[in-house]
Design a binder for this molecule. Structure first.
Ligand SMILES: *Cc1c(COP(=O)(O)O)cnc(C)c1O
Length: 389
C-alpha cells in the first residue's frame, strides 16, 4: 500500500544530509565540549559551526543563540526566564488564544504564581489585530508572546507591526517561530524580535533539540541550573549530535527556502483545489494570503474528522485533526474555537501539511481516497444537509 505522510507540521523526517552530518558525533567525535583536553576541541568547533548556521537562518548573531531540548523548552524558558528577571518591573504578560500548549500551559502555571495574563482574541482568519495588542498593554506589562505561524491553521501574524507596538511601550517581544523557521523569511533584527523559539524536528532535523534566540541586552533568568554550558545560561551537557544536525538542517533550510516554499505551496494549493472541485460543503480555515506554505486546514461538513482520519490511515495516509496533542481527546481545538468556527464544524476538520518529500502523485492518491471516504461517511452519517443536524 502507498504511504502518504501529510503531517509535516507535527514532525518531519531527518534529511539524509542531516543524518550524515550527525553520525560521526556519536562515535568518533564524542569528547565532552566542556573538557579541557584536545579531543574536545572538535566537539567545541562543531557546536560553534552549528550555532552560526542556526543564527544565520533568522538573522541573529552567534552569541544570541542558546541551544535547548526543543521548542517546548525554548517557549518555557522565554516566559519563565523573562518574567523572573523582570519581576520587579511588573507581573503582566500578553499572549493569544491560539498559542501552542507550550506557551498556554506555561502561562497557566505563571498565573498560579501571581502573574496576570491577557489572552488576545484573533479574527476569523486567525490574525491578531495590532490595535488589540496596543489596547492590552499596561504599565506592568513585561512581555508579549505571539506565535509567528500557527501550527493548526497556518496563519502568519503581522509580526513586524506587533513587535513595533511592544517596543514603543518598552515591552519585550517573544515569538514562537517553531512553524515559521524554514517556511518564511525571518530576520529578527529587521522584524524587531527580542526572543524567538525554534525546533529542529520541524525543519528536517532531529527531535529533542531546539534553540532560543535572546537578543543581546535582554535580561533573562536561567531555566536549567547546573554546569556552565551555553555561556552559563542553559546548563546540561550539550546534545552534540543533535546540535550538529540542527545546524545542518538550518543551513539547508536557508539555502532551500524559496524552492521549499514554491514546492509546498504549489502542492498545497493543488490539494485544496482538487478537494474543492470534487466535494461540496468543504471550507478552508485561516487565511489563504498569510499562510504557512504547506498547510491545508479544511472542514468537511456533516462528518467527523476522527472517522476521516481512521479511514485515511487504513489507506496509508497520515493526517491530523486539529493538533497532534488534542487528537487523543475530543475536546474541540482551542485554535479553531478562537477563529469562531462552530463546534460541529470543528469536529469535521482535518489538518493536512505537505513538505519537501511530498509528490504530486501523493496528492492525487490522497484526493482520490479522501473523496471516496467523505462521500461514504456522508452516506452513513446521521446528519447531513438534507437531514439537518
Ligand atoms: C512543535 C511545536 C512546538 C514544540 O516543539 P518541540 O520541539 O516539539 O518541543 C512549539 N510550538 C509550536 C508552534 C510547534 O509547532
Amino acid at each position: 500500500m502507498r504511504q502518504v505522510y501529510l503531517d509535516y507540521s507535527a514532525t518531519t523526517p531527518v534529511k539524509k544530509e542531516v543524518l550524515d552530518a550527525m553520525l560521526p558525533y556519536f562515535t568518533e567525535v564524542y569528547g565532552n565540549p566542556s573538557s579541557l583536553y584536545s579531543i574536545s576541541d572538535a566537539s567545541k568547533e562543531a557546536i560553534a559551526t552549528a550555532r552560526g548556521q542556526v543564527a544565520e537562518l533568522i538573522g541573529a548573531t552567534d552569541k544570541e543563540i542558546f541551544f535547548t531540548s526543543g521548542g517546548t523548552e525554548a517557549d518555557n524558558w522565554a516566559l519563565m526566564g523573562v518574567t523572573d528577571a523582570l519581576k520587579n518591573k511588573g507581573n503582566h504578560i500578553i499572549t493569544t488564544k491560539i498559542e501552542h500548549h507550550a506557551i498556554l500551559h506555561t502561562c497557566e502555571f505563571l498565573e498560579k504564581h501571581g502573574f496576570e495574563v491577557t489572552y488576545l482574541d484573533v479574527n476569523a482568519e486567525g490574525m491578531v489585530e495590532p490595535a488589540a495588542l496596543e489596547a492590552a498593554i499596561r504599565d506592568n506589562t513585561v512581555l508579549v508572546s505571539i506565535m509567528m505561524i500557527n501550527n493548526e491553521v497556518g496563519t502568519l501574524q503581522p509580526i513586524r507591526e506587533l513587535a513595533a507596538i511592544a517596543k514603543a511601550h518598552g515591552v519585550l517581544f517573544h515569538t514562537d517561530a517553531v512553524q515559521a523557521a524554514g517556511n518564511v523569511e525571518i530576520d529578527v533584527k529587521e522584524m524587531g524580535i527580542d526572543l524567538l523559539s525554534m525546533s529542529a524536528h520541524k525543519i528536517y532535523g532531529p527531535k529533542g533539540i531546539g534553540a532560543l534566540y535572546v537578543r543581546r541586552g535582554v535580561r533573562i533568568s536561567n531555566y536549567m541550573h547546573g554546569g556552565a554550558q551555553e555561556t552559563r545560561k542553559r546548563a546540561g551537557t550539550e546534545n552534540l549530535p543533535g546540535i550538529v544536525g540542527f545546524g545542518k538542517a538550518a543551513e539547508m533550510a536557508k539555502a532551500n527556502l524559496q524552492a521549499h516554499i514554491d514546492h509546498c505551496s504549489s502542492l498545497r494549493n493543488y490539494l485544496v483545489e482538487q478537494i474543492m472541485a470534487n466535494l461540496e460543503d468543504v471550507h478552508v480555515n485561516g487565511s489563504m494570503e498569510y499562510r504557512h506554505p504547506g498547510n491545508a486546514n479544511m472542514t468537511f461538513e456533516y462528518i467527523e474528522g476522527e472517522a476521516m482520519l481512521l479511514y485515511l490511515d487504513m489507506h496509508g495516509i497520515s493526517v491530523s485533526t486539529g493538533s497532534a496533542c488534542s487528537s487523543k481527546s475530543l475536546t474541540p481545538s482551542h485554535v479553531l474555537t478562537a477563529l469562531g468556527i462552530p463546534v460541529e464544524r470543528i469536529h469535521g476538520t482535518l489538518r493536512m501539511t505537505v513538505g519537501d518529500m511530498t509528490t504530486k502523485e501523493d496528492i492525487d492518491y490522497t484526493v482520490e481516497v479522501l473523496v471516496k471516504v467523505v462521500n461514504k461517511l456522508r452516506e452513513i452519517s446521521s446528519v447531513s444537509k438534507e437531514k439537518g443536524w
